[in-house]
Design a protein around this ligand. Structure first.
Ligand code: NOJ
Ligand code: CA
Length: 673
């Protein structure tokens, strides 16, 4: 009976309305309102938030290479209003349960003139934003679709502040820009906007399936206006498909605080439920790996004197993980081909170098209860990987390896294809689907951006798709502010394999580094304090969380205890405070214990944040283990000074979190026995 009431599907109103010219739908709490109207034959949508217009009438529709545009001559044929108030459970995630409460408007548009085509547009309106998607149903006169332009517009009303990376068809690994909306020429999504009166908006897409990545392009002839610019195929067509076609959801997250934006579940709610029946093999974890040495230039991926992935070295990492409450060990550079980087067919993905005994290592890891993480670097040769998916995944499956990190560094080797075009979107999906068949979890680097498909395929654990830790090893790196923008932009889309945890911040222990990359100008270092490195484990969510430094740098380091104790999967997460580009504090409650973990970070400015601990259980007293910036710490000249101390707290306590310039703080709260 209780179950029955937890799922509420309500009223279906079907109206035939050849004369209706506008339709309205609002969010369950009535604060967001969407209007759909026909004006001179064009289908337009607009959005209001708390009675003020955020998006003025904006175009919907398509242009095709093989038929007339679908953008005018529309009338509203029928419409349907439905809704649902439901909760569902995640296999893993920031929160165990997610509320899915929305009102939906489905509009069937019909052309008034030849060829009388039909197009449906679905609007789902939640309290934290909305999504809309197109459907071109199967019908007479349309079979194959060659979409040359998606005409979706986002016509804002005000010149908001924007946070974004410029549009790029191959990479999201850029520093964020902060500009007024009218100065944004183009952008990747998510792009986040902030008003001066507490309105936060982010545009992205959900469930990017068999379609091209949407970037935004400034509309030259209008103020405050963008249109969708899809990543093309080599021949310029954007999407090649057939009817019935459904597009990804175009999402507009809208909240009245920066904190709520980060807490939004819109992306997940706009994806299909999990389709993997047995999920027992899907497990979040912490991992270490043979990785940072290569980026620093003290080790190599290739065979030779400084080769990182040797049998001996890997066993050390396995032992270290086993002794330190870390579950996984990633090994890169174990397989042949790195010396032929950039050439077609360089990697066969399965042949080990002569100093790496794959079978021995796999058996050793199993004997120590450690999860070996496999690595497939394609060097952009996605087609060759695709041909070999069964071979690669069956090898890993036989070895007991349940996680594989993939990589697509460099240009896509199939001529004219981009990382973010439909061809690659489909490739990335094939990898996830095939991996699921072999019970393998995926961590993708140089990926397509996350759009919430982790809900449907919970083996799609985490991915890069941002300027991660590696850039600090061989470029001017990521400035202190980068981390305080990530959660409000790229972070809204889904988990990020940033790989925090560098303890040797100034690379003092990294002797004999060899420059291996043209971006390395010799000034590289980490632009944070040590305490901020710890805080990032909580702030930057990932179900696979890498402690990325060389294990030597963790030996005899009291600060490492925070990483050892850290949970990997969460009952619930809350954002206690946040200002885009300035600071953020997040707390997460462990799914398997009563411990809470807090991460708080600042940009280049030192600051004090006062937080109350009302999230803690009312009936318990907790030990707080605090990892704070040292008294004289700052990211520039004294990044490593850390103070570790304990305090007794309860749900009525308040804490003053002192953050150094470029600093952070990490806290573990555990109930007193
Ligand atoms: C780029 C990835 O981001 C990095 O993690 C990896 O080590 C290299 N490619 C080599 O595969
Ligand atoms: Ca990368």
């Amino acid at each position: 009976m209780k179950k029955f009431f937890s799922v509420l599907l309500f009223s279906i109103v079907i109206m035939s309305c050849k004369t209706e010219n506008n339709l309205k739908i609002s969010s369950p709490n009535k604060k967001i309102e969407v209007l759909v109207e026909i004006k001179s034959g064009a289908a337009l949508y607009s959005v209001k938030f708390k009675d003020s217009v955020l998006i003025q009438p904006s175009n919907l529709g398509f242009e095709f290479k093989n038929s007339k545009p679908m953008s005018g001559n529309f009338l509203i044929d029928t419409y349907k209003i439905t809704g649902s108030n439901n909760t569902w459970t995640q296999v893993w995630g920031e929160n165990k349960t997610v509320i899915d409460n929305y009102n939906q408007l489905e509009v069937t548009l019909q052309e008034r003139v030849e060829p009388f085509r039909k197009m449906n547009v679905f609007f789902k309106v939640y309290d934290d934003g909305l999504g809309f998607r197109y459907e071109i149903p199967k019908q007479k006169n349309i079979d194959s679709l060659l979409i040359s332009e998606e005409l979706t517009e986002f016509n804002f009303t005000k010149n908001y502040t924007s946070w974004y990376t410029p549009a790029n068809f191959d990479s999201y690994e850029m520093l964020f820009k902060n500009a007024i909306l009218n100065e944004v020429e183009n952008a990747n999504t998510p792009i986040t906007f902030e008003s001066n009166n507490n309105v936060f908006i982010s545009i992205h897409e959900a469930n990017l399936t068999n379609y091209a990545d949407m970037t935004l392009l400034k509309n030259k002839n209008k103020d405050f206006s963008f249109r969708s610019n899809l990543v093309p195929w080599p021949d310029g067509v954007k999407v090649k498909t057939v009817t019935p076609m459904v597009s990804p959801w175009r999402t507009i997250q809208i909240t009245d605080s920066a904190e709520k934006l980060v807490e939004s579940n819109l992306m997940l709610n706009l994806n299909e439920p999990n389709i993997i029946e047995d999920t027992s093999w899907i497990q979040p974890m912490k991992y270490v790996g043979i990785w940072w040495g290569m980026h620093l230039g003290t080790q190599t991926w290739t065979l030779g004197e400084r080769h990182g992935a040797t049998t001996t070295e890997t066993k050390k990492y396995i032992d270290f993980a086993a002794n330190n409450n870390i579950t996984g060990v990633l090994v890169e550079g174990w397989n042949t081909g790195w010396e032929n980087w950039g050439k077609k067919g360089a990697f066969d993905f399965i042949t080990p170098y002569e100093d790496f005994n794959l079978n021995e290592i796999a058996a050793y890891a199993t004997s120590k209860n450690i999860a070996l993480i496999g690595h497939v670097e394609t060097g952009g040769d996605a087609a060759f990987f695709e041909e070999n998916l069964d071979k690669v995944f069956s090898m890993y499956h036989k070895l007991g390896v349940k996680t594989v990190k993939t990589g697509y560094a460099g240009a896509i080797q199939t001529k004219g294809q981009f990382h973010h075009g439909q061809y690659m979107v489909n490739h990335y999906r094939k990898v996830v689907e095939k991996a699921a068949k072999y019970q393998i979890m995926i961590n993708a680097h140089e990926p397509i951006k996350p759009t919430g498909i982790r809900r449907t395929y919970p083996n799609m654990m985490t991915r890069e798709g941002a300027r991660g830790m590696e850039w600090n090893a061989w470029s001017s790196g990521n400035p202190p502010e980068h981390y305080t923008i990530l959660p409000f932009t790229r972070g809204l889309a889904g988990p990020l394999d940033y790989t925090p945890g560098t303890f040797d911040i100034l690379f003092k222990n990294a002797k004999n580094r060899v420059k291996w990359n043209d971006l390395d100008d010799g000034t590289s270092r980490i632009n944070t304090t040590l305490a901020k490195q710890l805080a990032l484990f909580v702030v930057l969510y990932s179900p696979l969380q890498m402690a990325s430094d060389l294990i030597e740098n963790y030996e005899n380091q009291p600060a490492f205890k925070f990483i050892q104790d850290l949970g990997v999967d969460w009952e619930t997460s809350k954002v206690l405070n946040g200002k885009i580009g300035d600071y953020i504090t997040i707390v997460r409650k462990d799914k398997v214990s009563d411990n809470w973990f807090l991460g708080s970070i600042t940009d280049e400015n030192e600051r004090e944040l006062i937080v109350n601990l009302s999230f803690l259980d009312k009936d318990k007293t907790y030990n707080a283990e605090i990892f704070a910036d040292g008294k004289d710490a700052n990211w520039k000249t004294n990044p490593q000074e850390i103070e570790i101390f304990k305090k007794e707290v309860n749900s009525k306590s308040t804490l003053t979190i002192k953050l150094a310039s470029g600093g952070g703080q990490a806290i573990k709260f555990s109930p007193k026995k």
